[in-house]
Structure formats: C-alpha cells, structure tokens
Design a protein around this ligand. Structure first.
Ligand code: PAF
Length: 278
C-alpha cells in the first residue's frame, strides 16, 4: 500500500492505471477508520481494479464551535487497519488542500437546503468543495459514500450531475453495531452511559417506521418518538422527520422508500442517522 501526499503524484498514478485499462474507485474519508469505512473499501475492491482511500480531516466542513481540533487523527493506525483488512492500492493523505489564497467554494442548493443545511449551514459548502477537489486529485471512475450520511450522498450526486463531473457515485448501506447504533467516528466521544443510551435512536426510528406503516398519523408517531428520546436523556433534537429520499421534502403520504432522518445531541455529541420505512 502506497501513501501519497501530493496532488501531482495522485493524478499521475490514477491516470497510469486508467491508461492501462484499469478502473479506479475512491473511498473518501476523514480517517479514524472503522468497520463502516472498511465495508466501503471492501465494496470498492469489488467495484474496480484499483482502490484509493483518501484521508483528510477537512476544516471547511466544521463550524467554528464544532470538533475540528478534537476530531481523531489516527493516520498510522488507519493504515494498519486498512492493510490488515485487505488493503487498498493507495492511501491519499493530501497536505495543504487549501492555501491562504483559497477563495472559491461550491455552494450547493436543492437537496442541501433542509436538515443539515439548516442546522449546519457551512457543512455542505465544505463537503462539496473538498469532494470536488478530491475528484480532481483522484479522477477515479467510481466513488463510494455511506448511506449513514444520506443527505451528503444526495448532495454529492447532485453536484456530480450539475457540474458534469465524470464519476459514478455508489451508495453503501449503513453499518451498525449489534445494538443498532450506526457506526460513526463520533461514537467514541460518548461516555459509557451515553453509549448505552445511543441505540435508542435506531430503536425509536424503527418504532416510528412500524407505527406509520400500521397507519398511525406521521406527526403523532414523530412527536411520540421525540418525546420518548427526550424523556430518556437525549438533548436537543435538530430534526426527526419523515422525508422523501430524492428531494428531502417532508412526507405526507409515506411509501416504502420514505425515510426517517434524525439529528440529535447526546451530551456534547451530535449524532445523525436515517432509515427507510421499508
Ligand atoms: O463523510 C465524510 O467522511 C466526509 O464528509 C468526506 C466525504 C470525506 C468529505 O470530507
């Protein structure tokens, strides 16, 4: 496994592979590799002949009061974990993606506006801008994103379509702990007591889906879930909604594809999750 840091090297390696007829799949990450990322990497290995994992903690997607400084940076362990679990061809850990003169950002609209767009207005600007830079550094055939960040996946798809970027975006289902908690690097911020509470998010999402499927009014089911979560010790709920998966509009007539989307606080940790009614 090679580790590259420079754009020129990464572009050259990608083009050389493609020049000899090999396809390339990118797995963009911010490091702190866990089983969720490993599932994306495994899928990438099945998708293309060559796999690049990018590791970059992107400052522009963090707000000033968010966890950029404390976000776990574990590049050495990440390389070991990836190597032990089947590996990839290149780990790309770019240095200096933004210089002092950086003055151009992608400001996504459309699917970026509700939910995370309202709660964290800087977030998708940072994500879209860095992902478009990564797509220039690694002009891959495919890139894989997890459905845990379902709205992020939709924002990337929208950007690729709107800006005619020549890459196929693949989605991979959310990987969960045995108790239902969606894997996330931020889970490690939880205290043992909070960690015991955290699976209630998925349990409430599932309960909401079951109630709605059985005919309970959407607002009633959602109010019940929010109430239960707050009674058990969760903090502010940024959103707990049933929405359409393509345009993220609030849902009034649920279908199997409608999704519950949740973002809430447990102590000082913000967790997000989503699932389809099914
Ligand atoms: O999902 C993530 O880890 C990040 O938002 C991404 C896509 C790597 C961009 O920094």
């Amino acid at each position: 496994m090679k580790i590259l840091h420079q754009k020129t090297d990464m572009v050259a390696v990608t083009k050389a592979w493609q020049g000899s007829g090999e396809t390339v799949c990118l797995v963009p990450t911010m490091g702190n590799i866990h089983r969720g990322h490993l599932a994306l990497i495994e899928r990438a290995r099945k998708t293309a002949e060559r796999v690049v994992v990018s590791i970059y903690v992107n400052p522009t997607q963090f707000g000033t009061d968010e966890d950029f400084d404390s976000y776990p940076r574990t590049i050495d362990t990440d390389c070991d974990v990836i190597a032990a679990e089947g590996g990839c061809d290149v780990i790309y850990a770019p240095t200096g993606l933004y210089d002092a003169a950086h003055a151009t950002n992608i400001i996504p609209s459309g699917v970026a506006l509700p939910m995370e767009g309202e709660a964290r207005p800087h977030f998708f600007v940072g994500v879209a801008t860095v992902v478009s830079k990564l797509f220039n550094h690694i002009p891959a055939d495919f890139a894989i994103f997890g459905e845990k960040d379902f709205q992020q996946l939709a924002v990337i798809r929208q950007m690729v379509r709107d800006l005619d970027i020549n890459i196929s975006i693949l989605a991979h289902p959310t990987i969960r702990e045995a108790d239902g908690l969606a894997l996330s690097s931020r889970n490690q911020y939880l205290t043992p007591a909070q960690r015991r509470l955290a699976p209630k998010i998925y349990a409430q999402m599932q309960n909401t889906c079951a109630l709605i499927k059985n005919g309970t009014d959407i607002n009633t089911a959602i109010c019940l879930a929010k109430d239960q979560l707050q009674k058990t010790g969760f903090g502010r709920i940024d959103y707990f909604d049933l929405r359409e998966p393509d345009d993220f509009q609030l849902c009034d007539k649920p279908t199997a594809a409608s999704r519950v989307f949740v973002a809430l606080w447990l102590g000082s940790t913000r967790l997000i999750d989503n699932c389809a009614i099914g």
